[in-house]
Design a protein around this ligand. Structure first.
Ligand SMILES: NC(=O)c1ccc[n+]([C@@H]2O[C@H](COP(=O)([O-])OP(=O)(O)OC[C@H]3O[C@@H](n4cnc5c(N)ncnc54)[C@H](OP(=O)(O)O)[C@@H]3O)[C@@H](O)[C@H]2O)c1
Length: 255
């Protein structure tokens, strides 16, 4: 599919919006990179595997790939510096990269502490650190009237106590609650936070968790990405002006 083929269809509303997606080489994250780039956003993405990052950059001209591990404290500031260097600021952060905990899934009593720690580091502490590192840029975007939004990717496992999903479910519940608190604390600054549950999708993470699932019955990641990007557009619209509109107003004001 040609990126930008939806131009003229009312979908260019997000043109000029600067967005970063963690976990952008597979599944939902990759679909988000494609959807956002297709709607004219400036897009950066993060993943650990260099080969995957280089492949996505090769196949999708104009997107910026960053090799980094969101679970690693040392990687967070280098990731943030590269995001801001590549995009020149930030309007939308999508914390999408995730860790399942033990694979195959285990009851909590059989879960290794290291698997629990990795799930929490990837799904809670990593998004917390990255949000903190990028908060100044997001607050600036809000002040400039561009809108500023953090999306944390959640799951029904954040709410339902599914046996064997303990590490993942507890970490997603913490992420969801942290999202609500961030939103309450930063509403006055104009930086919004939302959780998004994409539903059961046909991705490598799902295959790892539920190897015998009927893949044909699962949602395509591209469908979830479309839904989320529509939601992002509506939040930015309610918040202020989409970037394209805000830059043209700024240009008009300077004339
Ligand atoms: N699939 C589902 O049915 C489902 C349902 C509900 C919610 N979700 C949520 O949707 C999101 C996307 O899941 P998915 O199924 O699309 O996953 P996926 O296909 O397994 O993709 C995960 C992506 O994250 C990257 N990643 C993993 N750990 C990372 C880390 N520590 N630092 C940076 N990047 C990392 C991976 O690349 P590298 O390995 O190279 O780092 C890859 O690009 C997750 O938040 C997941 O919890 C999924």
């Amino acid at each position: 599919m040609k990126i930008g083929s939806d131009a003229g269809n009312g979908l260019r509303e997000l043109a000029g919006v600067r967005a970063v997606v963690t976990g952008g080489t597979s599944g939902l994250g990759l679909a988000l990179v494609e959807e956002l780039a297709g709607r004219g956003c400036g897009v950066a993405f993060v993943a650990r595997g260099r080969a995957g990052v280089e492949r996505v950059v090769r196949e999708r001209a104009g997107v910026h790939g960053i090799v980094g591990d969101v679970a690693s404290k040392e990687d967070i500031h280098p990731i943030a510096v590269q995001v801001l260097g590549e995009l020149g600021g930030l309007d939308v952060l999508i914390n999408n990269a995730s860790d399942l905990g033990p694979a195959p899934l285990e009851f909590l009593a059989d879960t290794e502490c290291e698997d629990m720690e990795r799930a929490l580091a990837t799904n809670v502490t990593g998004p917390f650190r990255l949000t903190k590192a990028l908060l100044g840029a997001l607050a600036r975007a809000a002040r400039e009237g561009r809108g500023a939004l953090v999306v944390n990717i959640s799951s029904d496992a954040a709410v339902a106590p599914y046996p064997r999903w303990g590490a993942y479910g507890a970490s997603k519940a913490a992420l969801h609650h942290m999202t609500r608190i961030w939103d309450a604390e930063l509403a006055a600054e104009g930086v919004r936070f939302i959780s998004f549950d994409p539903g059961d999708m046909d991705t490598p993470l799902h295959a790892l968790a539920v190897p015998d699932a009927d893949r044909a019955a699962l949602k395509r990641p591209s469908e979830a990405a479309r839904e989320l990007v529509d939601l992002i557009a509506s939040v930015l619209r309610r918040q202020g002006k989409p970037a394209a509109e805000s830059s043209s107003s700024a240009a008009e004001a300077n004339q």
